[in-house]
Design a protein around this ligand. Structure first.
Ligand code: MG
Length: 405
């Protein structure tokens, strides 16, 4: 069997490191990044704050109480997007096949490079280049699959590297807490702990059937991961899916109210799809087709986001710049691309727990009662907004019967 070499790279405390790059006085100091008001939320925190019990997602007020000496900085998503794209460019120049798993996390397929460079040497040089050219600390894990490499990165941190040789995956994982296996969340960990399973080696000693009967299909995934044999495929960066929707009007229109309402509803729903799948977009586009079938589109790059209150005004602005022929419109479409995994809290530095709670509550209602159960007042006029191509559901795109291409 061909042995693969999969590298996992992860920038250390990414937002914190970016802030320290801008202001070196912040180095080695306890640092909190997030909403700066009393009702803000911690988006990232430095290692120095963690011994006080501070973690991301916590209210800033509580974090300040736990660690009063910490410097508090309001985050800036455009800075982090810029640095993330810089690191992406460095990797892209040197590795033919890589995946951008999130704003600060990458997988690279180094299989076959052994003969020429030695994969560990290559990975070490790549890491050193990133540190030298960006000034950002980064760690890596290298092994025969994504899962073991990701765990190895976690063990190597901060600012270090680790290799797990082929054949030693199981041995490497054995003494670790089962919580370190990717996809073992808080809830699964509770279930496992109630069964007396706290370390990876216990799962390794169990028959697969026992894990399946305890946790169903998820149990099988965890068992395979614990044994170091799960091999999820790399999703190459250039194949990153987009998410889009379009609507052909039954009657061509120039009604600006109707057009804006439809586009708002589309952007709102796509943003919800992003948040539901824990994704962010950095490129948005609007498409229009006039009654003479001429089709135009416009796209812009934006800082990573999945927040309605950022996306909707930008989409409307794009539409207004695009719609210049003043002819009847036959079709409108909205597309988000350059999608990575990430939490929407990235945009909520300005905002408060109330804003977080609002998104949380709205998405909860949608999940429970359906996507159109709750909408912004501005999109309420849109009775139907067409159907969606959602790559995260694993389903093929729906081709509309009435769509003429
Ligand atoms: Mg990171």
């Amino acid at each position: 069997m061909k042995t693969e070499s999969i590298l996992h790279l992860d920038l250390d405390t990414f937002f914190v490191s970016c802030e320290r790059l801008i202001d070196s006085k912040l180095l080695k100091r306890p640092l909190l990044v997030g909403g700066i008001g009393d009702r803000g939320v911690v988006a990232a925190c430095s290692y120095e704050t963690r011994k006080f019990g501070v973690h991301s997602g916590m209210s800033m007020k509580l974090a300040r109480q736990l660690c009063p000496e910490a410097t508090v900085i309001k985050g800036d998503s455009s800075t982090y997007t810029k640095h993330s794209q810089l690191v992406t460019e460095i990797i892209k120049e040197r590795v033919p096949v890589f995946e951008k798993a999130s704003i600060d996390e990458f997988y690279a397929d180094l299989t076959g490079m052994d003969k020429f460079f030695g994969t560990y040497k290559f990975a070490t040089e790549l890491r050193n280049t990133i540190i030298k050219e960006t000034g950002l600390p980064i760690s890596f894990g290298l092994s025969s699959n994504k899962i073991v490499s990701k765990v190895a990165t976690g063990e190597a941190k901060p600012n270090n590297q680790m290799r797990v040789d082929t054949g030693l995956e199981k041995q490497f994982l054995a003494p670790l807490s089962i919580q370190k296996i990717p996809s073992v969340g808080t809830k699964t960990y509770q279930t496992l702990r109630n069964l007396g399973i706290t370390k990876v080696h216990i799962v390794q000693e169990m028959p697969l059937e026992m894990m399946v009967s305890a946790l169903g299909k998820h149990g099988q995934t965890i068992w395979r991961r614990a044994n170091g044999i799960d091999r999820p495929p790399l999703i190459p960066f250039h194949e990153r899916k987009s998410i889009s929707t379009e609507r052909t009007f039954t009657k061509d229109t120039t009604n600006m109210v109707q057009l804006r309402t439809t586009i708002t509803a589309m952007a709102e729903n796509l943003a919800y799809q992003l948040r539901r799948a824990d994704k962010l977009t950095a490129c948005i586009a609007v498409r229009i087709r006039y009654s003479d079938f001429q089709t135009y589109s416009k796209q812009i790059k934006i800082p990573y986001t999945s927040a309605d209150h950022i996306l909707i005004p930008k989409i409307i602005e794009l539409f207004e710049r695009l719609y210049e022929r003043r002819l009847l419109i036959r079709l409108v479409g909205v597309k988000f691309s350059d999608i990575v995994t990430g939490n929407y809290q990235i945009n909520l530095f300005d905002d408060t727990e109330e804003m977080l709670s609002l998104y949380h509550a709205m998405d909860h209602i949608r999940k429970k009662y359906g996507e159109k159960s709750i909408m912004r007042a501005t999109s309420m006029g849109a009775k139907t907004i067409g159907r969606f191509h959602n790559p995260f559901s694993g389903e093929p795109p729906i081709v509309l019967a009435h769509r003429k291409q």
